[in-house]
Design a protein around this ligand. Sequence first.
Ligand code: SF4
Length: 501
Amino acid sequence: MLGDQLTTEHGPLASADPEATIVLTVESVGLVRATRAHRQKAALFFGALRRFSADLATAGFTVDHHRAAPSFAAAIATHLRRWPGATLELMRPADRGVAETLARAAREAGGDLRVVPNPLRLVDDATFDAYAHGRRRLRMEDFYRRVRAREGWLMDPDDPSRPLGGVWNLDHENRRVPPPGSAFPPPLSFEPDALLTEVLDDVERLFPDHPGRLRPFAWPTRRVEALAALDDFVRHRLPAFGPFEDAMVGGERVLHHSQLSAPLNLGLLHPREVVEAVVGAFHAADGHVPLASTEGFVRQVAGWREFVYHVDRTRGDALANANELGHDGPVPEAFWTGRTRMACVADAWQGLHERGWNHHIERLMVFGNLALSLGTDPRGLTEWFTAHYVDALDWVMVPNVMGMSQYADGGGFTSKPYLSGGAYIDRMSDHCGRCPFEPGRRTGPAACPFTVGYWDFVDRHQARFERHPRMAMAVRSWRMRPAAEQVAVRARAAELRSELP
Ligand code: SF4
């Protein structure tokens, strides 16, 4: 069992006889070191795996759990010395290439490895492949509508081919910013038990120089906790999730977001039960869960999450190495250290440091946007994201960072680069009022780095985007700016590339 397959509800363990089943689980120190993972991420994966293994042992399984293993290959070799010639059975790993690597390790150790289906998806491979067949460009929206219609989620009871409320997408209702002084229901935190405390101690000892604060650690790491986190979200934060899903508030880490990506990506929750809980709350509630919130959340889980998995599965090998824009700059130093006067970056970084998590707008609109505008190497940025986020797996990060955020494939499944100047951050957050920079300024020492970066990006890539339906207007606008202003923007952008203020 891999650390992102922690389920006894689905897959091989659902029907296994505990007395006839040996389960191999591995805490790979080598993998955590190779990715230089945030310490909360290491604790989340090791903690959830160790607790899962302990629970399996309590249920009567023989569990061969490897703590602090140098690598998966080393653990497999040790396992096969104890059970020579065994055939390992592995649920298909979500990340590309893992099955082949582990099968090779098993063969070299004198055993074998058989891959069985992974049922932790809503949409199976054949269904996605039939949808994608013949399409050069993929669009999440078409895919999402098919999933909704197939499942009957939020569909019109009088005409099941039509969406409830008459429109598929309610994003226009979901662009609000909470008024000053708004209160946000805090998410549940989960106190570490003795076993998890041991894990935290191990992580402290093994990865002293890895990024991120380790304690307090409050993530759900067992199924019962993941279910409690789901219930807490549905009861307390789902109603206001939609309207404020794109907002940022200084010092507020969660707002109305679910934070369920971590237990979902561990396999502690199945996406179907998450979507059904949310849709069920919408139908059961006395109208207190609005359609816009429900639709916005279903779109994220049943639409985007499934879509990016299959994009990675089918196009990830090429996407992981794409660099259509030719960006080769380093990840800004401030992303590693948090040392910056830019209020939005400093605030998002603090949240990341504390828990290894930001909501999607901080990821896209702050870190991704800034990196793109400065011309950061998309592969380096993907490694940075993978290291820092507790829910970051390759299948998540390659499409989200390389494709969605950095446009590295030239728009294979996105309609334009995800780029904005400071004005949009100002509209969607309260950061700019506390920042020494001015979101509307393009030149001079008070110019907002996002705004400078935006126009410098348009300048550098104007030939590519001059006929692009959603970028051409920006190119025209740039070309009409006075030459002196263009020179000043280019010069300031060059300074930003060497050091962020
Ligand atoms: Fe961020 Fe620019 Fe606003 Fe400062 S002015 S908070 S750098 S967007």
